[in-house]
Write a protein that binds this ligand. Structure first.
Ligand code: NFE
Ligand code: MG
Length: 575
């Protein structure tokens, strides 16, 4: 007999995500459904606006990857108008992008995903001296793991416990059988977790040096950048460099070391090494470090076959809304995409409650529409995007930066390339991408300094002809994967705008052909140890770093009521 488990909301992500799974008599997941339960949006808000404002408005899609949608909105309009920004502008944008990637990846591993790997309560039983010595096993020069530092960390968290509360660490599945770190390993990660909170501030400052503020920087403009006083001021450049080095140091001596340690500790945990289910990967070049050089590569790997990489053809991108709460079903190419809501709600059903007993619960109607997220497809096929895709594509293409770091990871952990197609691989891939940027992002800085010696251009001139129609797009990679923005301009204003976002690719529901996307596929086949504590579900889903604000990003322009629905956070079947 099958049972249904509902996890809603998935916490420690951005936005509102619900996961439902159906397990068999052995608690193995046989089917899975991913649903975004909140709708918002920006694609309609930019219609009839001045195209020069698209980037400023589109960056409000999200409070996390704000720079991504800002740059995408600016570049899509530049492409439409036929503008090539000067190299100084391109490289300055890269310096800001480097800050974004370093921020999102490090924050994801520690603040959002770390507690799926690290059992805080176990850390409190660790021997600090042993832990301090152990840290040298994973890096030659560990950081924040001195015996005294670890003692202070233990004391700090123990004080929470003494007050009868774990504070920010309350309500997790502590003691779960699938946690694999020793108490000492847990203490090392806990120390880095707390230190990351300070490093996060430094990275935000990195963004603000050229972006004026963070989040939602302000210095990109159609044609180039406006921060000319900052990029031509050696002290501002020096400030960026100092912060970059500090963060790169944390990435190498803490994050990277912890990932190597996690791979060693979790090698025997089947639930994290279980295959992805879907092994199609799609990625696009990003982090431009010179006139014609990028750190991340474009391409497609199909069915996990690393021997062949296909080129990306943007005509083959579509969005399907068959099971999404929109009027159309699609699939439509984003130039012709539509954004008209059609909320159909949930159906009555039964799930397993937090006490392990059956309870009446509103359930996803998998035969109808069940998510605010659409289902992007490439040539009709679902694709995983994100750091795992960028690492798989880069490795298959023999990108020298990716290859160097992947080879180091495999050599240090004894894992094989096939192991990358897993939840552990996805989590490691984010660290691999982060290390590539921490180790080689300096190339963009050096190229900018060099170029500024002979070229002070920061913005390309252009004009908009109101009699003409234009269309253009941005395509590139952002921290959670491949992002594209598509704009049509008529009569000098935006006629249609569509964003096809990384978390949409990964979290979307079933398409018209019944094909599932990466979230749903990654869950199928997982055995859940304890139905009342589905840590395995959360770990798989967190490994994608969901951002549901990005994934949905649609709303009415005038604040009109579009549909009405009730959220039932206290229903006993929900977690
Ligand atoms: Ni809201 Fe985003 C990134 C974009 S996620 S965080 O990275 O675009 O899909
Ligand atoms: Mg969209």
């Amino acid at each position: 007999m099958t049972k249904r488990i509902v996890v809603d909301p998935i916490t420690r992500i951005e936005g509102h995500l619900r996961i439902e799974v159906i397990v068999d008599e052995n608690n193995v997941i046989k089917d899975a459904f991913s649903s975004s339960t909140l709708w918002r949006g920006l694609e309609t808000i930019v219609r009839n606006r001045d195209p020069r404002d698209a980037g400023f408005l589109m960056q409000r899609i999200c409070g996390v990857c704000t720079f991504s949608h800002y740059k995408a909105g600016i570049v899509a309009v530049e492409k439409a108008l036929g503008i090539t920004p000067p190299l100084n502008a391109i490289l300055t944008r890269t310096l800001m992008n480097i800050a974004l990637f370093l921020h999102d990846h490090a924050v994801h591993f520690y603040t959002l995903h770390g507690l799926d790997w690290c059992d805080i309560t176990s850390a409190l039983t660790a021997n600090e001296k042993k832990a301090s010595e152990l840290a040298f096993k994973y890096t030659k020069n560990p950081i924040y793991t001195g015996e005294d530092e670890l003692k202070a960390v233990k004391e700090r968290v123990s004080n929470f416990v003494k007050q009868g509360s774990l504070g920010p660490f309350a309500n997790a599945y502590w003691g779960h059988k699938t946690y694999r770190f020793t108490p000492e390993q847990n203490l090392i990660v806990l120390s880095h977790y707390l230190r990351l909170l300070e490093v996060q501030r430094v990275i935000a400052q990195m963004m603000a040096i050229f972006g004026a503020k963070n989040p939602h920087p302000q210095s990109l403009t159609v044609g180039g950048v406006t921060c000319i006083m900052d990029i031509t001021d050696p002290s501002r450049l020096g400030e960026w460099l100092t912060k970059y080095k500090e963060v790169a140091d944390f990435v190498n001596r803490a994050y990277w070391a912890d990932i190597i340690m996690a791979a060693e500790a979790y090698k025997g945990e089947d639930s994290v090494l279980k295959g992805c289910g879907l092994t199609n990967f799609l990625s696009f070049q990003e982090i431009q470090v010179g006139p014609d050089e990028w750190l991340l590569s474009s391409g497609i790997v199909k069915n996990g076959d690393l021997s062949k990489v296909y080129e990306v053809d943007t005509d083959k991108i579509t969005e399907d809304a068959t099971h999404s709460w929109y009027k159309d079903n699609g699939p439509l190419h984003p130039y012709d995409g539509e954004t008209n809501p059609n909320y159909t709600g949930f159906v009555d059903g039964v799930s397993i409650g937090i006490d392990g007993k059956e309870v009446k619960t509103p359930l996803i109607n998998e035969n109808g529409k069940y998510s605010w997220i659409k289902s992007p497809r490439y040539d009709g096929e679902p694709m995983e995007v994100g750091p795992l895709a960028s690492v798989v594509v880069g490795y298959a293409k023999k990108n020298p930066y990716i290859t160097a770091v992947v080879d180091e990871f495999l050599a240090k952990t004894g894992l094989t390339p096939a192991h990358l197609f897993s939840t552990l691989g996805r989590t490691a891939a984010r660290a691999i991408e982060c290390k590539v940027i921490a180790d080689y992002g300096i190339k963009a800085f050096n190229a900018l300094v060099e170029n500024l010696k002979t070229d002070k251009n920061t913005c390309a001139p252009y004009s908009i002809d109101k009699e003409k129609s234009y269309k253009g797009y941005f395509i590139g990679n952002v921290p959670r994967g491949m992002l594209s923005h598509w704009v049509r301009i008529e009569n000098g204003v935006i006629k249609n705008y569509q964003a096809v976002v990384p978390s949409t690719w990964n979290a979307g529901p079933i398409d018209q052909n019944g094909k599932k996307g990466p979230y749903e596929m990654s869950l199928i086949g997982t055995k859940i140890q304890d139905l009342t504590q589905p840590l395995e579900i959360i770990r798989h889903i967190h490994s994608f770093d969901p951002c549901i604000a990005c994934a949905v990003h649609v709303m009415d322009t005038k604040g009109n009521k579009l549909s009405e629905y009730k959220v039932q956070p206290s229903a006993s079947g929900l977690r």
